[in-house]
Structures are given as structure tokens and as C-alpha cells.
Design a binder for this molecule. Structure first.
Ligand SMILES: NC(=O)c1ccc[n+]([C@@H]2O[C@H](COP(=O)([O-])OP(=O)(O)OC[C@H]3O[C@@H](n4cnc5c(N)ncnc54)[C@H](O)[C@@H]3O)[C@@H](O)[C@H]2O)c1
Length: 412
């Protein structure tokens, strides 16, 4: 095996499963994270995120010594960087986490190493990362100057796993691998081949960056279309779920589902990276973001109107996560809706989120109470389905007959 020691920088939703899967192939993996609590948890053989079966794999590879976590980078043959890439005020990408990770690994880099940027990144970020590394290590050569013969190989390999199915998709999905040179791509393919069963397709770094942004923008635009249809359908008194089902009977039509908005760390963020690079050209992509971002306000207005018919109603909001069957509340339209409904002070707001044990401070502050599905349904006058969690899909719907129901996910 050509890689004996690999380091994964950032042990979150992407980095930890990646580290565990690579370690499960018998490679020594050192996971690095700036969060000492996460490092401690992992070294105890436990996990700090929710992802099916990940606890089993992590426990296994920690107990065999194949995976260990630390806060301080150490030498390795390959470094896989999976740190956050959020956007800043004004929707421009925040590359400071990548820069911090590059600066952290630079002192331990050695000739022959491979550095892979896995974080979803705007076009040009991999080149920037290589420049930061080169600045910190003038004693080594990098592909931007030394081409195919560089001491350090650098590539971008975007991650496209689906939360909830990460362990399967990490192995089964095809990978787009964009090196800063052909030699960089080939070395990166060698690493991915140690754990990926899907095809590893070579391109350049800029195209690989854009491929990931394109995938998520495609979905965002398609969901914006569905969300626009849902608002049009409300106005025209048409059931949007039936409408989409019928339209999708056409062999070349495939409309995605509307919802309360678009959330998460990917689809709600990545299209802005394209808009930021090409503001004059990315018109549809920008409008889709605006349409999807406006959907929570539409839901809030509808619920507020219904609440007017009651004297301080109990409003049960089902789900806080940004999508079904996960615990990730980041950029979640459900959180936004629940918070704004509570701040309107139009009634008592209950939140039901079976995948978390506590709710964000801002919700507690707004007076939101986290409760069970049974209690919420028993007490509610208004029920707002915000996430199609399994527990809600399978719940007894007869209780809802006497309630005012807003089903933003089409599960009822
Ligand atoms: N979560 C997903 O489903 C998903 C899917 C595809 C791609 N991505 C992309 O993968 C990247 C990582 O996302 P995530 O969901 O794993 O984020 P995350 O927030 O779950 O994890 C990131 C981790 O990096 C750590 N970190 C931050 N700065 C660091 C540094 N300088 N050195 C070491 N560790 C550092 C954080 O403490 C955290 O544990 C992002 O670019 C994201 O867009 C995420």
C-alpha cells in the first residue's frame, strides 16, 4: 500500500467519517481538529455527531489504533482538509478556515506529500491554498511554480455525500479529482482508490471546484422552481404535491420537492460562491437563492394568519433539522421559522425534534419549548410540519383532524 499514514484536518460531518473509512482500510490515520472536546470524544472511541453506524466504525478503528485524534498536526504522507467553508456578510466565501488549516499543516509538510482540499470551495481556492502553503514553506516546491515535478502535490476533491448515508456514499460515489497538475491528480487518485469503489475521474482543480458548486446550484434552482410552484398553487387553489406528481409523469420532467425553504451547509451556501465569482452572469442562480430564502417568510405569514383566528394558540412545529432524519440544524429554515414565530408572540411555540436533546440558545430565548411529538400534538391548535422525519411520517395522523395543519413537506 502506497499510503501508510494519512492526516484528516477537520473532524466534522465530512472529516470524521472520511478518517474512519480510511483507517478501516488498515492505514494509520491522524485526525486533527481545533476543537479539543471533539478530539477527546473521538479518542475515547465515541462520536460527537449523528450519522448512522459511524459510532461502530469509529469505535473499531480507535480500538485497533488505526485512528487517533489530536489538536496539533503531525507529519503524514497525505493531508485531507475538510474544514468549514461558510460565507461571510454579503454572501462572499470565507476561506479563513482553509487558510488556518494550511498554516497549521505547513510546518510538518515533507517532500513527496499530497495535500487535498475536500471542503466545498469557490473556483480558485485550491490555487490559493497552494499559495499559502508555498508562502509558509519556501524550502519546498509546489505545482504552481514547479509543475509536474513539485515536491508537494495539491488537489481538490469535493465531497458529495448525503448526510444519513455518509458511510455508504463515501465508498460508493464517483469522485471528481482535480489536481493542480497531472501528477497531483494521479497521486490523489491513488489515495482515493484505497477506499473508494466508485470511479475516480480526473480533471483540473478549477473544474472540480465548479463541479461541486454546479451540482448544488442545480438542486437549489430546481427546488426554487418547486417552491415557486407551491406558492402559485396556493394562490390558484391547487394541491402542489399532486401537481408535481402529475408533471413528473412526463418522461423528461423531474421537479424536486418544495419545502419551507432550503437549509444546510451546502445547497443554501454553495450557489453564492458562483454568484460571488460571476455576479453579472449568475442571474438564475442568484434568483433561486432569493426565492428559497424567501420561503420561510411565506410559511411564517401563513401560520401567523391562522393564529389570528385563535386566542394565543399552541403552535407545534415538527422538526428543526434542515432535512429529514439528521440532527444538523445549520442554516435550517425550520429553525428560522420557529424562532420568528416565537418572537412574534402570537402563541406558545412547541418544537419537536427527535434528533437533538437541546435546542439552540436563540430558540430558548424566544420562549420555544422542546417537547415530545405526543405532547405537542395533544396540546396544539396549529401544527406546522417543517421536516419529514421518520417519526413524523410514521405518526398516527388521526390526531390532526381537529387541528389547523401546515404541511410544508407533503407528508400528510
Ligand atoms: N456536511 C455535509 O453534508 C457536507 C457534504 C459535502 C461537502 N461538505 C463540505 O465539507 C466541508 C466540511 O463540512 P462539515 O459539514 O464536515 O463541517 P463541520 O463543521 O461538521 O466540521 C468541520 C470541523 O473542522 C474543524 N476545524 C475548523 N477549523 C479547523 C482548523 N483550522 N484545523 C482543524 N480543524 C478545524 C471544526 O472544529 C469542525 O470539527 C465544508 O466545506 C462543507 O461545505 C459538507
Amino acid at each position: 500500500m502506497s499510503f501508510k499514514k494519512v492526516s484528516v484536518i477537520g473532524l466534522g460531518y465530512i472529516g470524521l467519517p472520511t478518517a474512519a473509512v480510511v483507517a478501516s482500510r488498515g492505514i494509520e490515520v491522524v485526525g486533527v481538529d481545533v476543537n479539543p472536546k471533539a478530539v477527546e470524544t473521538i479518542n475515547e472511541g465515541n462520536i460527537h455527531i449523528v450519522e448512522p453506524d459511524l459510532d461502530i466504525v469509529v469505535r473499531g478503528v480507535v480500538s485497533t489504533g488505526n485512528l487517533r485524534a489530536t489538536t496539533i498536526p503531525e507529519p503524514a504522507e497525505a493531508f485531507m482538509i475538510a474544514v468549514p467553508t461558510p460565507f461571510k456578510e454579503g454572501n462572499s466565501p470565507d476561506l479563513s478556515y482553509i487558510q488556518a488549516a494550511a498554516n497549521a499543516i505547513a510546518p510538518v509538510l515533507e517532500k513527496g506529500n499530497l495535500v487535498i482540499l475536500e471542503s466545498t470551495s469557490p473556483v480558485g481556492a485550491t490555487e490559493k491554498m497552494a499559495a499559502w502553503l508555498a508562502e509558509a514553506r519556501p524550502d519546498l516546491t509546489f505545482p504552481q511554480d514547479a509543475g509536474e515535478n513539485a515536491d508537494i502535490k495539491v488537489a481538490h476533491c469535493p465531497e458529495r455525500v448525503l448526510p444519513g448515508y455518509v458511510l455508504q456514499e463515501l465508498v460508493a460515489n464517483d469522485r471528481v479529482i482535480g489536481g493542480l497538475s497531472k501528477a497531483c491528480s494521479e497521486k490523489a487518485v491513488e489515495l482515493y482508490k484505497t477506499f473508494v469503489r466508485g470511479e475516480c475521474i480526473i480533471t483540473n482543480a478549477r473544474t472540480a471546484e465548479m463541479a461541486k458548486l454546479t451540482e448544488n446550484s442545480f438542486r437549489d434552482v430546481n427546488i426554487a422552481f418547486a417552491n415557486e410552484l407551491s406558492m402559485i398553487s396556493d394562490k390558484l387553489k391547487i394541491n402542489v404535491w399532486e401537481l408535481i406528481k402529475l408533471a413528473n409523469r412526463h418522461p423528461r420532467v423531474n421537479i424536486l420537492n418544495p419545502g419551507p425553504g432550503v437549509g444546510g451547509h451546502c445547497i443554501a451556501v454553495d450557489p453564492w460562491f458562483i454568484v460571488d465569482s460571476c455576479p453579472d452572469e449568475a442571474k438564475i442562480i442568484r434568483q433561486a437563492r432569493l426565492t428559497n430564502d424567501s420561503k420561510p417568510h411565506y410559511v411564517i405569514d401563513q401560520v401567523a394568519k391562522a393564529a389570528d383566528e385563535f386566542k394565543r394558540p399552541v403552535i407545534a412545529c415538527l422538526g428543526l433539522a434542515f432535512k429529514a432524519d439528521i440532527d444538523d440544524l445549520r442554516e435550517s429554515p425550520a429553525v428560522q421559522i420557529v424562532e420568528e414565530l416565537a418572537n412574534k408572540n402570537i402563541g406558545q411555540v412547541f418544537a419537536v425534534e427527535p434528533n437533538v436533546v437541546s435546542i439552540p440558545e436563540k430558540l430558548v430565548h424566544a420562549g420555544v419549548e422542546l417537547t415530545t411529538l405526543d405532547l405537542a400534538l395533544e396540546r396544539a391548535n396549529i401544527v406546522v410540519v417543517l421536516v419529514d422525519h421518520k417519526q413524523f411520517r410514521e405518526a398516527d395522523k388521526t390526531q390532526l383532524v381537529t387541528k389547523v395543519v401546515f404541511d410544508t413537506r407533503g407528508i400528510i
